[in-house]
Ligand binder design. Structure first.
Ligand code: ATP
Ligand code: MG
Length: 329
């Protein structure tokens, strides 16, 4: 099991948590899990060095606060394991230019930035992600729906390499939970909630002041009509709130629909705001506690990198050998 999160913005948002990190916490109990802060992915767009440094530690602190336990999983920073960049290069060399050009996330992100500000790194990002996954011979990759195409590319490249050079990589599956695969922007409930969202009011950051979060939920865009029912086509806003509430409270969508029969959107929002505040308040406290002790945090990451490297180095050596690269003596 392998997954990663970018340190591009300070706080994780609700989509990151429900779509990915929440599953990571559960899966560390049942799988040999590798989780990382993907700082090399973050530099595919302009970054301020001091912010990147702070955000990398902040991301690790949030992962620990969310419940990752270094005794149960391997938590590390991508750049601490140089094999990622090395295998990334190999993956670039077996990917077609047209194939890479069809990645929709690249098309979206580059369209937003314009040609002159779009880096080649952003273009080759999916192949680095492929390397991230294949290095650990992962068979499951817990991610949000937006990563499905990159997972398909991972499978394609693993199969291509295996077919060309002989069995080397495990071909992984995406692990995407239907209910939380895509959390939507609160103001624009047909768009993915994203760190790079245009409208801050639609983005629920876990580290924001809990009162501000409650306010954002109360001003979420809902739909015409007043009935509370799950219907993505007709009621995108209400459906988004229902899936968030269902996951955080443990009640099923059907139970919630029943519970809110005859009640208005206001009741749903008030309850969700309360559940959110109860969730983010201790999360923020735990995150700050980890940040207040940077030595312990760095030690956890150093130990994680060492464990990760042992596995990654083995896979890279096999890959280089299959390719015909002469080993250094
Ligand atoms: P960016 O917009 O800069 O790509 P991001 O919000 O997508 O940032 P990432 O670090 O790229 O954040 O993604 C971390 C994980 O969170 C990935 O597994 C991704 O699929 C998941 N994820 C991101 N946004 C959502 C969302 N709105 N709903 C569900 N999962 C999401
Ligand atoms: Mg993303």
């Amino acid at each position: 099991m392998l997954s990663g999160i970018q340190p591009t913005a300070g706080s994780f948002h609700l989509g990151n948590y429900l779509g990915a990190v929440r599953q990571w916490v559960a899966l560390q109990e049942t799988h040999d899990a590798f989780y990382m802060v993907v700082d090399l992915h973050a530099i595919t767009v302009p970054q301020d060095p001091a912010e990147l440094r702070a955000n990398t530690r902040l991301a690790a602190a949030q992962l620990l606060a969310a419940g990752l336990d270094p005794e149960r999983c391997t938590l590390f920073v991508q750049s601490h394991v140089p094999e990622h960049a090395q295998l990334g290069w190999v993956m670039n060399c077996i990917t077609g230019f047209g194939e890479a050009s069809r990645m929709t996330q690249f098309k979206d992100k580059s369209a937003r930035q314009g040609n002159d500000r779009t880096t080649v790194g952003l273009f080759t990002y999916p192949m680095l992600m492929v390397a991230d996954i294949l290095l650990y011979q992962a068979d499951q990759v817990p991610v949000g729906e937006d990563q499905r195409q990159h997972l398909e590319l991972t499978r394609t490249l693993a199969e291509r390499f295996n077919a060309t050079y002989g069995g080397t990589f495990t071909v992984p599956d995406a692990y995407i939970l239907k209910e939380t695969a895509k959390i939507y922007d609160l103001q624009e409930p047909t768009a993915k909630m994203s760190k790079s969202a245009a409208n801050a009011k639609g983005l629920v950051n876990l580290l924001d002041e809990p009162r501000a979060t409650a306010k954002k939920i109360k001003s979420a865009v809902t739909d015409t009509g007043s009935e509370i029912r799950f219907d993505r086509a007709e009621k995108a806003g209400v459906s988004n709130l229902l899936s968030i509430l269902s996951t955080l409270s443990g009640e099923t969508i059907a139970e919630l629909e029943e519970k809110y029969t005859g009640k208005g959107y206001g009741a749903l929002k008030t309850d969700l705001a309360e559940v959110m505040v109860d969730f983010v308040t201790p999360f923020r406290e735990r995150t700050h506690a980890y940040l207040d002790d940077p030595e312990t945090l760095d030690a956890i990451l150093a130990e994680g990198a060492e464990k990760a490297r042992a596995v990654a180095a083995e896979t890279l050596a096999q890959t280089y050998d299959k390719l015909g690269l002469v080993p250094a003596k």
